[in-house]
Design a protein around this ligand. Structure first.
Ligand code: CU
Length: 379
């Protein structure tokens, strides 16, 4: 007895030490968010410190705050609710990613609500800006479109601030849809890195459209000056400048990319979808002591059901077909991991030695991608 106690302590110490010397990276994954949070807090603290220091140093050099309306030629947009609405949509979409379940990467009602609120916010913001722009444009036209003379003529102060053009030589581009559409393409590329190549292809297509469209748009304004007809660039009415075919085009690319990503097995484009169909359709299930399964997306395995013999060691062959994306197979019972296979990036194959399991139903998942799940029957 006396001898056992210190040995026990020693074993525990070795276990602790092992985490430092050869950490089980898989077990450390849950701590990543904490690490990120710590980093963010550090950066914020550093920013606060820098800000306080430079504030003390610069206080004497800051000019006194200007009172009253903005100077002639400068227009500041009025208070608007839209910068608040759009981020609410974003927040709902992020929450939908957190509360995903039932084999889907997102919580569908939350995701759709987020999309709707976000789209309403962006559309409202865009229309609001356009309305203000048109009011300014019509006001300037009413005074002869002579921004320069009007400013020097002294008649300006009676005009509302928004009716005055920027000073000569200064051109502000009109409201444009491109700064909104280009980031959607970026978002798809980033999501594609997580969920599969079709989203990347879709994102790149959208990015190509956005780059060409934005470039042509900017070029048009520039050429209106170069051509010499206008003393200043012509900003177009945002409503006319809006490429109406863009929303359906982006929508179809997005739908196609999401569809191909979510339903690779149904569409049958991926290798391995064949045995998934065979596995699902087999009426009589016979236990297999050496089953094989594969992964070709981050939302599902190629099979959602495995049948193994009870109380027998099982050799599970797992083929990760996704290049560069890490996957594994872990077997759970009521949320507790009974077996966790090594996580490795594809394309590669591992044979896992699964310990004997008593008869019953288990869940198997990918530790990296919770939406990848299936049922393991031991019989
Ligand atoms: Cu995975």
């Amino acid at each position: 007895m006396n001898d056992e106690e210190p040995r026990d302590l020693w074993t525990q110490f070795l276990d602790l030490l092992q985490q430092v010397v050869a950490p089980v990276w898989n077990d450390l994954i849950p701590f990543l968010p904490l690490l990120m949070l710590g980093l963010v807090l550090l950066v914020l603290a550093w920013m606060a410190r820098t800000w306080r220091r430079s504030m003390a140093k610069n206080r004497s050099r800051v000019p006194p705050r200007r009172r009253g309306p903005p100077p002639v030629g400068v227009h500041l947009p009025g208070p608007s609710p839209w910068p608040f609405v759009a981020p609410v949509g974003m927040a709902l979409i992020v929450l939908s990613l957190v509360f995903g379940g039932g084999g889907l990467p997102v919580n569908v009602p939350l995701f759709l609500a987020g999309l709707a609120v976000g789209a309403a916010g962006v559309a409202g913001w865009y229309l609001d800006a356009g309305r203000e722009w048109r009011r300014a444009e019509s006001g300037a036209l009413a005074t002869g479109h002579g921004g320069a003379t009007a400013i020097s003529g002294g008649a300006v102060p009676q005009l509302p601030a928004w009716a005055v053009e920027p000073p000569p030589g200064v051109h502000l581009p009109g409201p444009s849809p491109w700064p909104f559409f280009a980031p959607i393409a970026m978002a798809f590329v980033v999501l594609g890195l997580i969920f599969g190549p079709f989203l990347i292809i879709g994102g790149l297509l959208m990015a190509a459209v956005a780059v060409v469209g934005w470039y042509r748009d900017a070029g048009r304004e520039y050429h209106s000056v170069e051509a010499g007809h206008m003393p200043e660039p012509v900003t177009r009415d945002p409503e006319k400048a809006f490429p109406k075919s863009l929303v359906p085009l982006y929508g179809s690319i997005a739908a196609l990319a999401i569809g191909l990503t979510l339903f690779p097995v149904i569409i049958g484009l991926f290798p391995g979808s064949g045995d998934a169909a065979a596995g699902g359709g087999a009426p009589a299930e016979s236990p297999d002591a050496a089953p094989a399964i594969a992964a070709n997306s981050a939302v599902s395995f190629t099979k959602d059901r495995l049948v193994v013999p009870a109380d027998t060691p099982v050799e599970l062959t797992f083929e990760n077909q996704q290049e560069g994306v890490p996957h594994n197979v872990a077997i759970l019972q009521e949320g507790t991991a009974l077996f966790t296979g090594e996580v490795f990036p594809g394309p590669d194959t591992r044979t896992y030695d699964v310990p004997p399991l008593p008869a019953g139903e288990y869940t198997f998942i990918c530790s990296v991608h919770p939406p990848m799940t299936g049922t393991l029957v031991s019989q």
